[in-house]
Ligand binder design. Structure first.
Ligand SMILES: Cc1cc2nc3c(=O)[nH]c(=O)nc-3n(C[C@H](O)[C@H](O)[C@H](O)COP(=O)(O)OP(=O)(O)OC[C@H]3O[C@@H](n4cnc5c(N)ncnc54)[C@H](O)[C@@H]3O)c2cc1C
Length: 524
């Protein structure tokens, strides 16, 4: 850390931190990036082992990752060990918090589904008749989305639908639809449901990460210094000026505490870690809404049907296979009266099998049934938008500390009838279409996963024009502390049904350019 004080301190190295570093260093601004975890080199650190050599035979050590359904013994070192950095919640309100502290954060492992928010989300209060809108519209973010889509090489089919904004897409050939998919599309379209295809980031060489798409350019400027294994525990504020002036951080291995000075502080530690850091620092919360309005998407609903002509291995060529993606289609019209606000997207996949729990059978009979239904099924599920509510919040739990002595978060997230009515509507809709197609309903569940499961935790430092009801302004800048920015998902006002990373990246790009301009003109 040779250049103290740095122009900008960036906390976190994922999509949001990587974007901040990329933009700021590109404008000649010197940045220090502190990241809680190590840098990894997959070719050096990855070892192939047979499952019988692993102490838990691949299933993973009990208690290490109880909330991470992706974790097993093979990939255990990727995820934050929940014994090292725990969090708490009320026993009747479980929350799944999935974190990665490696350099690059979750950008190393995300599934790359890439969607824009639309004005149905940005202007949510007008559409819903309740709640809050964002202080920006799609038009404000459009140029930034386009640049992000260019960097991440997003593919997609352009539709011209306002609820599913098109972008700077690589147009790919999705191939011809199978007959079962065509049938589904015909019946869904007749019900006013737009049928499209998935959109995603191609990235480069199989990776769409901060470490290959954002940080290399930043490092090449010679203006970026990265310190791994540096856990920031407090942002400090100059008492005379009221400005952020640096941070205390702890070396992950030696546990030695250090201090760094900076003229501007940018938090990009991932939604809840940025909020935890601010709450532990006791700053930037004159509104009292910091920690509140925690949201993420509902993942769940599972409705499975079997196409009779495809059973017993007799599916004619071209009947099964393929998928349909249906962006939000509910509550797009003002006069639409439903027992829920907001909406959900649906997706179906054709050509899959049934699972054992779908039949009240066992043994040979069950096996025969599974063999008969193999490849004959169509399966559908949703991503649904949760409503942001003040009572869903995070706060500091002073009684529990992590391995480095930093107080942890207590998370409170609970669903309401809005979420329950939404999933019922989705299951009914899928079932109705399957039945209209003449397919046999094999299984239907309205069950959905607990909050956090989507790995899209958002809100808790929301942006807004009014400093009394929001933590950040429309440039992700603290209302209270002008040289403090939070550029990850904590700035979100509503979560939408869409995966959030394109929006996080576009906002981080826009905020960083605004910050650079303010620094250039001497306002910061
Ligand atoms: C398996 C998986 C699939 C996903 N699929 C999709 C998808 O298809 N589409 C989509 O849009 N999104 C997806 N996501 C979510 C997406 O990965 C995140 O939205 C995005 O990566 C968040 O970026 P971020 O920079 O805000 O946070 P993170 O990637 O979490 O980065 C935060 C960084 O901050 C560091 N940090 C945390 N606390 C501290 C501290 N106190 N001091 C110093 N450093 C700290 C961490 O080390 C970490 O590197 C997925 C995520 C996962 C895990």
């Amino acid at each position: 850390m040779a250049r103290q004080p740095y122009d900008v301190l960036i906390v976190g190295s994922g999509h949001s931190g990587g974007m901040a570093a990329n933009i700021l260093t590109g404008k000649g601004i010197s940045c220090l990036m502190l990241n809680a975890g190590p840098q990894t080199d997959m070719s050096r650190d990855r070892v192939a082992k047979p499952v019988y050599e692993l102490p838990y035979r691949g299933f993973g050590e009990p208690g290490r990752h109880p909330h991470i359904y992706q974790a097993d013994e093979f990939n255990a070192n990727i995820w934050v060990d929940e014994r090292e950095v725990p969090y708490t919640y009320d026993s009747d309100k479980p929350y799944n918090w999935v974190r990665v502290r490696l350099l690059g954060g979750r950008s190393l492992f995300w599934a790359r589904e890439s969607f824009r928010l639309s004005d149905f989300e940005f202007k949510a209060a007008e559409v819903d008749g309740t709640g809050d809108s964002w202080p920006i519209s799609h038009a404000d973010l459009d140029p930034y989305y386009s640049r992000v889509e260019g960097i991440f090489r997003v593919f997609g089919r352009k539709e011209g639908w306002p609820q599913f904004p098109d972008g700077n897409f690589i147009e790919i050939d999705y191939g011809p639809d199978s007959l079962s998919v065509k049938k589904f599309i015909e019946l869904a379209t007749a019900r006013g449901i737009g049928c499209s295809k998935g959109r995603g980031a191609q990235g480069q060489n199989g990776l769409a990460s901060s470490i290959n798409l954002l940080l290399p350019d930043a490092l090449a400027t010679g203006k970026l210094e990265i310190v791994p294994n540096a856990i920031v525990r407090q942002i400090t504020v100059d008492r005379n000026t009221g400005r952020a002036n640096g941070a205390y951080f702890i070396d992950r291995h030696s546990r030695r505490e250090m201090y760094v000075q900076a003229r501007v502080v940018i938090l990009a530690a991932g939604t809840l870690e940025s909020t935890r850091l601010l709450l532990n620092s006791g700053i930037a919360n004159s509104s009292g809404v910091m920690g509140h309005y925690l949201v993420d998407q509902i993942y769940g609903v599972n409705v499975v049907a079997s196409v009779p002509e495809a059973r017993d291995g007799k599916a004619p060529a071209g009947l099964m296979g393929g998928s349909v993606f249906m962006p939000r289609f509910r509550n797009l019209k003002k006069d639409e009266k439903r027992n829920f606000i907001k909406g959900y997207c649906m997706r179906i996949g054709s050509g899959v099998g049934a699972s054992p729990e779908m039949f009240p059978l066992y043994g040979e009979e069950l096996q025969k049934k599974l063999d008969s239904y193999a490849g004959s099924c169509v399966v559908g599920g949703i991503y649904g938008e949760r409503v942001p509510r003040f009572e869903n919040h995070v706060r500091i739990n002073k009684d529990v500390k992590d391995t480095w002595g930093i107080p942890v978060l207590h998370i409170v997230a609970k669903d309401s009838d809005n979420e329950r009515n939404m999933v019922k509507d989705a299951a009914d809709t899928l079932e109705e279409i399957y039945r209209a197609a003449g397919w046999e309903i094999v299984s239907r569940t309205e069950r959905y996963n607990p909050p956090g499961y989507s790995i899209h935790e958002l809100g808790t430092c929301r942006m807004g024009d009014d400093p009394k009801t929001s933590v950040l302004n429309k440039y992700n800048q603290s209302h209270d502390i002008k040289n403090l920015f939070v550029v990850d998902g904590s700035a979100f006002v509503t979560c939408g049904w869409q995966n959030p990373t394109m929006t996080i990246l576009a906002l981080a790009m826009r905020a960083s350019e605004y910050c650079a301009e303010q620094m250039r003109t001497g306002s910061l």
